[in-house]
Design a protein around this ligand. Structure first.
Ligand code: UD1
Length: 370
């Protein structure tokens, strides 16, 4: 028995996750009598080389079979464009299974189309919840999980979340974290960023900052407040800030300088992880980065009030600091003076999630789909 699979990827964090699945599929196919064939679909949600192609190159992801090239726009525009393009693709060729990853607009849009076209959907990173309905990602997770057929989860909490919302235990597979697979694979290949020596980062302690959530960056006064706080309480540390395109637009409009912040374009994967691994700590509003810092053992403070990844706090090195001034100042003091908690590795975040996903497809899903 064989199975045809569509793998969907649209935005930067998706590329890191699908790399693990595709490499596991290739490893399986190299020794299997009946290979699993797949079609890689890039929706084009992220399109700049720094947000997309560099990840394909560094993570050895083969070129997509199809690229919808949807580009930027409102959530509804992107969702609509992706849905129409995927519907066309499914009418040309219908797979047995559609694999979606994470929580971006592309994840939800392709899930809706696949299900309406009668294609089973497996959601990698299913079941996580922040409880914050102002985040587009939370809506994407809820919609995707409410109609998907299979869930590959990163934590037992995610399993509980799915079960409590009506999923059946036979649909849920706790496999670990594909983002960590890629991290573990790439650790020997990390690269020093171009600016590293120029800024003397090998000798001076520094922090890494990433901010791109609409609630933190879309209003210039919010972004300015956060950057001013970081700048004023850096405790002598330089802060390296690889700036997301959406944040860059708002930042340019503020027109201020923050002497302790060193801005750089979005970084490639291998340089970014190098920078994080050698840093004194990370200040972020990303979810994925809190998983990476947990495995790297690097202190991390999250400028949000909720997380869909609670294990990064209860087990890992992450702290939910929020955006109140006194909390940020206190956390920066702890981080820059080396008083941060130590963390441990969450269960099954061991670099083998992709392998487990492929095994489950072969041993369980294939029988149900054929
Ligand atoms: C998306 C995901 C978010 C993820 C983030 C990682 C959703 C709802 N959000 O947010 O969960 O953490 O990706 O980066 O899917 N832009 C460019 N070049 C690009 C891509 C984007 O200039 O290659 C600009 C555009 O102006 C665009 C804006 O960035 O409007 C935001 O991009 P978008 O894909 O809408 O959402 P992200 O904020 O990147």
């Amino acid at each position: 028995m064989s199975l045809n699979i569509d793998i969907i990827a649209g935005a930067r964090p998706n590329f890191i996750k699908i790399a693990a699945i595709i490499h596991a599929l290739h490893a399986h196919n190299a020794k299997a009598a009946r290979p699993l064939s797949y079609r890689l679909i890039h929706t084009g949600q992220h399109y700049d080389a720094a947000m997309s192609q560099h990840f394909f190159d560094q993570l050895h992801i083969p070129p997509p079979h199809i690229n919808f090239g949807v580009g930027s726009g409102t959530q509804a525009y992107q969702t609509g464009q992706i849905m129409m393009a995927y519907e066309d693709a499914l009418r040309t060729e219908k797979p047995d299974l559609c694999i979606v990853v994470g929580d971006v607009t592309s994840t939800m849009a392709c899930t809706l189309v696949a299900k309406k076209e009668g294609v089973a959907v497996a959601h990698v990173e299913g079941g996580i919840r922040s409880g914050d309905m102002t985040m587009p990602e939370e809506i994407n997770r809820i919609v995707t999980d409410s109609i998907a057929d299979y869930y590959f989860t990163t934590s037992r909490q995610a399993n509980e979340n799915l079960l409590s919302r009506g999923a059946l235990s036979g649909q849920i597979f706790f496999v670990g974290n594909t983002m960590i697979d890629t991290l573990v694979t790439q650790l020997p290949n990390l690269r020093k960023p171009d600016f590293y020596n120029k800024l003397n980062l090998g000798h001076l302690p520094y922090l890494v900052v990433t901010l791109h959530r609409p609630s933190n960056v879309d209003a210039p006064e919010n972004l300015d407040k956060l950057l001013s706080l970081l700048n004023d309480h850096a405790n002598g540390h330089l802060m390296i800030f690889p700036i997301h395109p959406r944040t860059r637009k708002i930042f340019d409009g503020i027109g201020k300088t923050y002497p302790k912040l060193f801005l750089t374009d979005p970084m490639d994967y291998l340089s970014f992880i190098y920078l994080v691994q050698k840093s004194k700590g990370v200040v972020t509003d990303s979810g994925g980065i809190t998983e990476e810092t947990t495995i790297l053992g690097v202190p991390c403070m999250t400028l949000r009030n909720t997380t869909e990844r609670p294990e990064t706090v209860t087990i890992g090195t992450n702290e939910m600091v929020g955006t109140a001034e006194e909390k940020i100042v206190e956390a920066l003091h702890k981080m820059t003076t080396g008083l941060w908690k130590k963390g441990e590795k969450p269960e099954l975040w061991d670099g083998k999630a992709g392998e487990r996903i492929v095994e489950i497809i072969i041993n369980e899903i294939i029988k149900k789909q054929k």
